[in-house]
Write a protein that binds this ligand. Structure first.
Ligand code: NAP
Length: 307
């Protein structure tokens, strides 16, 4: 029986592990299907306080893990495939083995939705990105493309005009899911050009390990062409990793955990941390802060229960 099982090993999960380990709770961390979370997909992180020269995303998240292990956190390579949170102790099925815990911290994150282009995955971190705040700075004076027609795409396109010489928004339809205010802002930005009814067929050049161009197709005319691009930002939404908790933890219509204040979920003793609940900020530093909050709440919960 564990005092705490932390589900997820991104910035939120590792920070929750660090705090609960320092509180002598010997947490078990389930690394999940994307160990290290979103940070493991980025390169240089320049906005995590404390690193004036920046720090590599994968190094940052690995460092927090080592820090947690130093205080006794244990990591398990595996994924939660099923959960029984109907009674205590809580039970989690991790790769077909059931584990029991007095508290659970869900820090399973939200995975970026990708286009599934032939070369997309090979170029993540080399010009393909899902986070303008993280990577926009690297494209100063460069040609940037943003894919999507929602608020995130508009927000990222606007943000990226601070850096790029031009920002092309590529959207598969000619009407937008984005709110009017966000769309109007993007439309009135002279650096943003819209390519509607257009899809991306592939991104190049995997051989150079660098984004150089994309192949586009107009859905109405079926015309295809290649366009030079340096930064390729995919903004077609995120998928919160909450499937094993469906029907037990209250979720919003898109599957994000509904917070009951602080780090609390609808189930006493089960807490949330990071992007699995946060659709607004999604930053390493906010995820780390959320991991800290969840750990403190788990510690207080256990103390109140006499453990
Ligand atoms: P979203 O609203 O679901 O929009 C996703 C966009 O990506 C849609 O335009 C969709 O096209 C497109 N898309 C999805 N799959 C695609 C594919 N395979 N190929 C090409 N295009 C694809 O997601 P979001 O923009 O991330 O926003 C999520 C939520 O957060 C929304 O509720 C949004 O309002 C909110 N948000 C708010 C703010 C803000 O207020 N500041 C900022 C960001 C996000 P279709 O339209 O054709 O389906």
């Amino acid at each position: 029986m564990r005092n705490v099982i932390v589900v997820g090993s991104g910035c939120a999960g590792n920070t929750a592990a660090l705090y609960t380990a320092r509180a002598n709770l010997r947490p078990l961390v389930v690394a999940g299907h994307e160990p290290g979370g979103q940070l493991s997909l980025t390169t240089l992180v320049e906005n995590f306080p404390g690193f004036p020269e920046g720090i590599d995303g994968p190094v940052l998240v690995e460092n927090i893990k080592k820090q947690a292990e130093h205080f006794g956190a244990e990591y398990l390579h595996g994924t939660v495939i099923e959960a029984d949170l109907s009674k205590r102790p809580f039970r989690l099925n991790i790769d077909n083995e059931w584990h029991e815990a007095r508290t659970v911290i869900i820090a399973s994150g939200a995975s970026a939705r990708w286009l599934n282009l032939p070369n997309e995955q090979k170029l993540i971190g080399h010009g393909v990105s899902s986070c303008a705040t993280c990577d926009g700075f690297f494209y100063r004076g460069k040609k940037i493309m943003v894919i999507g027609g929602g608020d995130t795409a508009m927000e990222e396109a606007n943000f990226l005009t601070r850096f790029g010489e031009e920002v092309a928004v590529v959207h598969r339809r000619d009407t937008f899911r984005a709110s009017k205010i966000m769309l109007d802002r993007a439309r009135s930005n002279p650096k943003i050009k819209f390519l509607t009814d257009t899809v991306v067929e592939d991104v190049y050049d995997a051989d150079q390990h660098l984004v150089t161009s994309v192949k586009l197709r107009n859905l109405k005319t079926d015309e295809t062409w290649v366009r030079d691009v340096d930064g390729f930002f995919v903004a077609i939404g995120h998928i919160p990793n909450t499937r094993p908790f469906e029907g037990q933890i209250e979720l919003d219509p898109d599957g994000y955990i509904l917070s009951k204040g602080g780090a609390r979920t609808n189930i006493a003793g089960v807490f949330h941390a990071g992007d699995v609940q946060d659709r607004a900020y999604r930053q390493a530093i906010t995820a780390a802060g959320a991991g800290c909050m969840a750990a403190i709440e788990a510690e207080r919960f256990l103390e109140a229960e006499g453990h």
